[in-house]
Structure formats: structure tokens, C-alpha cells
Ligand binder design. Structure first.
Ligand code: SAJ
Length: 421
């Protein structure tokens, strides 16, 4: 049975581009989101997030009548769930964060009333191992009149799979088409039907496995990157103590044919790499030792950068005994969670800037070429030129392309990205 109508639940950074991609292949797509503002924006043919080329795709899809957004699910042949999977709040620093499946539960309960025999339900959200089986249980509880793969395997009336998204923010539109897809069906039939669905637009290979392995594959990809970044961040702190330029060191070590070290930075941000490893650690805390340590190393890096700023303030005052901390202007270059994007969510650069603004008596400037306003009373958003004339201590946090051309002559530079030193 082919897929005439496809519903995408959750119209964020993954769901909206996926919905637009199906619509661009002339499928009837119903996007579902609890956010009324997002729904209205999309129905006008506009977008509520920033992602290159997505605006054109959504505008065309809405204009041609292939994409509409709603707040309450409607019947469809396939449902893709792309809702957030954050972790639950922790009481203290030593606690291991646990995943919050609340959005998946709410999405399952929302689509259950419109599910029918022959439908396919795909969980795309990055999820802890076992989440797809849990989702299947929620659907089964809500619709005891239908059969599901956990009890009826190949003969189930509703098919279920986990097909994690793996696209890089900033490159979503191309990566959705080109990347290989891991397809983890709860039965062989679930996988085969999912492949058929994704082949609507995916040019990469659709590789079949089971749901648990697919869940773990996604977590492994992001944990692998987190561990590698932690290695670079640990090196940066070791090298600072030993008076060695870590960027020179890494470029030398990377000349070895089997060494490929990533780059240190102010910490790991975004909603994926700093979150997903915890889904492994919370499930198997006794075994996930390197993954756990990497998280701690990366989470400590912003604290370390703030300490360097405090040392620079002390050195500045030592060199300028007539001045007080109130006279010192500190500029933070970059607030986004990584270069050349406008996304400030879970950004170590933003956290560092806010922390400095909390303790520092003098002015704190922020230079973020990708945003036009910032609402924080102690931080002033300025241009590069303004900052270069007013600043005493320069803190380089994000290697946006605009910053690479700057020549900073002052003595007081903390360069977390190694672009000025
Ligand atoms: N970072 C470093 N040093 C590096 C590389 C990155 O400090 O050498 C930092 C970045 O500045 C940023 C953080 O790591 O703060 C994460 O950035 P990223 O570019 O590594 O990854 P994300 O979070 O934008 O996207 C990741 C991708 N996963 C992998 O590359 C394995 C993407 O493919 C996933 O789809 C996405 O997570 C996701 O949604 O899970």
C-alpha cells in the first residue's frame, strides 16, 4: 500500500524540513504542532526557524497545496514523530540526567484516535533504547481495537519503526536527501514499509536493522563526537598549563595518517551532542564510563573559560593599578552554539557571557553578527568595530567567519577557538 497522505508530528528543526521534503515530492502532508504560532506561520508559507533553503521549500509546498499545518492530528497513511526528547531536570550536579519521553507520549496519545489499519508510525526523535517499544505500548493502550508489532509481529495492523534523524543543523535540506538512513523496524515488514516511505526523497542508502539497534546507533554517533570533542577540550586545558599552543599541537598530531583530533572550544552546545550521551549513561551507568567522563569534561569547559576571564581581570588590574574592575570592558565574540548559525539554544558561549555579566562590575559587550537583538540587561550587543575600540579584555567564543578577519592587538585575549593566537 503506498503512502498518499503523510503526517509529521512536531514541526521543529527536523519535522518541518522533513514535511517540506515529502511535500516537494508531491505527497499530501499534514504537519501537526501544538504551537499555534508555528502552525499559523507555516500556513502562510513562512517558517518560524532558521535553516538555509527551507523557506523556499515550505513556501512552494504550501502554495501548491501539498503542505498544511494543524494543531490536532488528522487521518494519514504514515505518521512521523519528530518531537523533542530533552532530559528531566536534575536536583544536583552529581545526578545523571534521565530522558524525558513526555513529548513522545503526548504525540502517541494525540495520533492514536485517528490511527487505522495499515498505518505506519515512525519515531524520528533521538531516543533512549526501548523508547520505540514504549511508544508502541502507548499506542496499543490507546487503541486496543488495533493490533501492533509487539504482539502480532509481521501480521500487525499498524507498523512501527525507529528511523533517527541524523542531519546537521545548517545543512538539513541537503543532508535529508543525501545521508544514509538507519531504519529500525519492530518487524521486517515495518522496516520494509519505512524504506518505501523514505525512498520518496532519500537518495542515500536506507539500511535495515531493529528498533533497539537504530536507537543505539543514533546515540552512538553523537556520543562518539562528544568523546572526541572532550579529548580535544582536555588537551586544550593540559596545553594551557604546559604553555603549548593546542591548535598547533593538534595540527601537528593530525599529520599522522591515523590520527584525526577534533577542535577544542568553549564547551559543547546544541540540543543533541550535549544531551544524547546521557541517554546511554542513564541506562547503563556502570558500563558507560568514557561516555560519562566525556560529558563531564565538556560541561566543565565553560567553567574553565570563565576562570581564565577572572585571571585576565586580575592581571589587567595588576598592570593598571589606577583602575578598578568597574572600568574594565569585556567583549565576548559569538553567542551561538556553533559557527555561522543564529541558534543560541544550549550555547556554552551564551552561558559564559551571561556568567561574566553576573559577576563583572564593568561593561560586558557581546558581538553576534547572526542576531539583531538580545534581551539581557547587563549585556550590550555591539558591532565588531565598536567592540574593537572600547574593549579591554577580548573573549573569543565562536569562530564565526566575520571574526576570522579581525586583528586584535590588545594583550588581554582569551581565545577559546584559537583563531587569533
Ligand atoms: N564542536 C567542538 N569541536 C569540534 C566540533 C564541534 O567544540 O571539533 C562543538 C560545536 O561548537 C557545538 C557542538 O560541538 O557546540 C555540537 O556541534 P556539531 O556540529 O558537532 O553537531 P550538532 O549538534 O550541530 O549536530 C549533531 C550531528 N551529529 C554528528 O555529527 C555525529 C548531526 O549529524 C545530528 O543529526 C545532530 O547532532 C542531531 O540532531 O542529533
Amino acid at each position: 500500500m503506498s503512502f498518499e497522505t503523510i503526517s509529521v508530528v512536531g514541526l521543529g528543526y527536523i519535522g518541518l524540513p522533513t514535511a517540506a521534503m515529502f511535500a516537494s515530492r508531491k505527497k499530501k502532508v499534514i504537519g501537526v504542532d501544538v504551537n499555534q504560532y508555528a502552525v499559523e506561520t507555516i500556513n502562510r508559507g513562512e517558517i518560524h526557524i532558521v535553516e538555509p533553503d527551507l523557506d523556499m521549500l515550505v513556501s512552494a509546498a504550501v502554495q501548491q497545496g501539498y503542505l498544511k499545518a494543524v494543531t490536532t492530528p488528522e487521518p494519514a497513511d504514515a505518521f512521523l514523530i519528530a518531537v523533542p526528547t530533552p532530559f528531566l531536570p536534575i536536583e544536583n550536579e552529581s545526578e545523571i540526567p534521565k530522558p524525558d519521553l513526555g513529548y513522545i507520549e503526548a504525540a502517541s496519545k494525540a495520533i492514536a484516535p485517528v490511527l487505522k489499519k495499515g498505518d505506519l508510525v515512525i519515531l524520528e526523535s533521538t531516543s533512549p533504547v526501548g523508547a520505540t517499544e514504549q511508544m508502541a505500548e502507548w499506542l496499543n493502550e490507546a487503541r486496543p481495537d488495533l493490533t501492533f508489532p509487539q504482539t502480532h509481529g509481521e501480521n500487525a495492523e499498524v507498523n512501527i519503526a525507529h528511523c533517527p534523524e541524523r542531519v546537521l543543523p545548517g545543512h538539513v535540506v541537503t543532508e535529508l536527501v543525501q545521508n544514509d538512513r538507519v531504519i529500525g523496524g519492530m518487524s521486517k515488514r515495518c522496516s520494509e514499509r519505512s524504506v518505501e516511505l523514505y525512498k520518496t526523497f532519500v537518495m542515500g542508502e536506507c539500511v535495515i536493522t531493529n528498533a533497539r539497534t537504530a536507537e543505539m546507533a543514533k546515540l552512538t554517533e553523537n556520543s562518539s563526537r562528544d568523546v572526541q570533542i572532550a579529548f580535544a577540550n582536555e588537551l586544550s586545558m593540559i596545553c594551557d598549563e604546559l604553555d603549548i599552543n593546542v591548535w598547533e599541537l593538534i595540527s601537528l598530531a593530525n599529520r599522522h595518517p591515523r590520527v584525526d583530533i577534533l577542535q577544542p572550544g568553549p564547551g559543547v552546545g546544541g540540543h543533541c551532542i550535549a544531551v544524547d550521551p546521557w541517554f546511554i549513561v542513564s541506562k547503563t551507568p556502570q558500563k558507560a564510563k568514557i561516555i560519562h567522563t566525556a560529558r563531564k569534561v565538556n560541561d566543565h569547559k565553560p567553567v574553565w573559560v570563565v576562570e581564565k576571564v577572572k585571571v585576565a581581570i586580575a592581571e589587567f588590574l595588576n598592570k593598571n593599578p589606577m583602575k578598578t574592575a568597574k572600568d574594565i570592558t569585556i567583549a565576548c565574540y559569538g553567542l551561538a552554539f556553533k559557527p555561522d548559525i543564529d541558534d543560541l539554544r544550549e550555547s556554552p558561549a551564551l552561558d559564559i557571557t551571561k556568567t561574566i555579566a553576573e559577576f563583572h562590575a564593568g561593561k560586558v559587550l557581546a558581538i553576534e553578527p547572526n542576531i539583531s537583538s538580545l534581551s539581557h540587561e547587563n549585556i550590550t550587543l555591539v558591532t565588531i568595530d565598536e567592540s574593537l575600540t572600547k574593549t579591554d579584555i577580548h573573549v573569543m567564543l565562536v569562530d564565526h567567519k566575520q571574526f576570522k578577519k579581525i586583528k586584535v592587538k590588545d594583550d588581554f585575549i582569551i581565545d577559546a577557538k584559537g583563531i587569533w593566537k
